[in-house]
Design a protein around this ligand. Structure first.
Ligand SMILES: *Cc1c(COP(=O)(O)O)cnc(C)c1O
Length: 383
């Protein structure tokens, strides 16, 4: 267990985000909380526990390993949907545990039938349709065979949903591509219904699509990044604001990442700091060493760039981010001492380091930055 830093999840902020999203989508749209990538770095078990306490009971994950972690945290209280990887050896576990899953090729469909027959339990399937992303999903021409199989095996298969995923709804540049996908998805839905295979629900929206293309909300939305209090892109945020009188951000950041000063040192003018020559002291300086490095998810590209908060002041990273440590300039932080709190993401007194500012510096998307935060750092829920 790392003791060099800690992560706090703010339940009040999360409840605020959920209330906002529920109000935006309306009562008829089911909310699925997307918690792949260790709940976008928030810590999957702690996060789903908090989400459940805020009234969320449907979770979407990438693979069976993540589904198992939700089971450990919430037992059978939540509905779980696996959107990505299901290996053959996990097929029986997934069906026996009443976990729903996407099926996007014949191999998986046949594995599901085989396991369902063996267990005598009906497999709850979401057929994923290829609509233009060209990643996973049945092609339209494959669907007639899928329909035939479904009818033949109807004691073993339940068609819970029809779904698809959009290829970049967060950017206006992809507007026509996404519109074409929406149209194609509706055609496929109609085709299934015309052939007497009506899915219980249909779903397609991620965060960006749910805001940019409200018609994609359908019966269920799969929301990742927005529930954590961040927008998929500045375009999505601006698009949201454009129709609103109140121009403030309705979302609140859930995560805070903190560490402490490990050591302090004086450096003389003309000396280099850290490996090599990337930082030359141009004045006499005071440096704080922070026990956080790229092995904990603090990107090396934040070398000489990143900002942290110490004693209510913004301090810049000097020299390169190392594997387990980095150095920050505290020359102008008068009272700094060993063990003082260091905020890597979050607020301290009047100042904030937002996830967005952090990822702009390192040219990473919000998503990538968050999921890189080491799994071993303890997560704690605060009210
Ligand atoms: C990750 C993912 C989502 C959620 O995306 P956000 O942009 O974080 O809301 C929805 N659907 C699928 C298939 C995904 O992989």
């Amino acid at each position: 267990m790392h003791t060099n830093s800690s992560i706090e999840l703010n339940q009040t902020a999360y409840q605020n985000n959920i209330d906002f999203l529920r109000k935006t989508f309306g009562k008829k749209v089911q909310f699925s909380s997307v918690v792949k990538g260790n709940a976008y770095g928030h810590g999957i078990k702690e996060f789903v526990t908090m989400a459940y306490d805020c009234g969320v009971s449907h979770f979407s994950v990438f693979d069976v390993e993540e589904a198992k972690l939700i089971k450990e945290a919430l037992a059978d209280k939540a509905t779980i949907m696996v959107m990505g990887l299901v290996q053959e050896i996990d097929m029986e576990w997934i069906i026996a545990n009443n976990v729903e899953f996407f099926v996007f090729d014949k191999i998986r469909l046949n594995q599901a039938i085989k396991a369902a027959k063996k267990l005598k339990i009906v497999a709850k399937i979401h057929i994923e349709a290829e609509t233009g992303m060209n990643r996973t999903g049945f092609e339209k021409r494959e669907l007639s065979a899928v329909i035939t199989t479904f009818k033949k095996e109807k004691e073993h298969l339940y068609l819970k949903g029809l779904c698809t995923h959009y290829a970049g709804a967060e950017s206006i540049a992809n507007y026509y591509r996404v519109e074409k996908q929406i149209k194609k998805f509706e055609e496929i839905y109609q085709y299934l219904c015309d052939n007497d295979l009506r899915p219980e629900i249909k779903h397609s929206a991620c965060s960006a699509a749910s805001i940019m293309f409200p018609k994609t909300r359908m019966d269920l939305v799969r929301i990742g990044i927005m529930q954590y209090g961040l927008w998929s892109s500045p375009e999505v945020f601006v698009n949201y604001l454009s129709t609103k009188k109140n121009k403030t951000d309705p979302l609140k950041r859930v995560i805070t990442w903190k560490s402490n000063v490990m050591s302090l040192k004086k450096v003389s003018i003309g000396d280099f700091i850290g490996y090599g020559t990337s930082f030359l002291a141009e004045r006499n300086m005071k440096i704080a060493v922070i026990p956080i490095g790229y092995s904990h998810g603090y990107s090396r590209s934040l070398s000489n760039q990143g900002r942290v908060l110490i004693n209510g002041q913004r301090c810049i990273v000097v020299g390169s981010v190392n594997m387990n440590m980095m150095t920050v300039d505290v020359t102008d932080v008068a009272a700094v001492k060993k063990d003082d709190e260091v905020v890597l993401i979050g607020s301290q007194e009047e100042l904030t380091v937002s996830v967005a500012s952090f990822s702009d510096f390192s040219n990473q998307l919000n998503y990538e930055l968050l999921t890189r935060i080491a799994k071993t750092i303890p997560r704690k829920i605060i009210e």
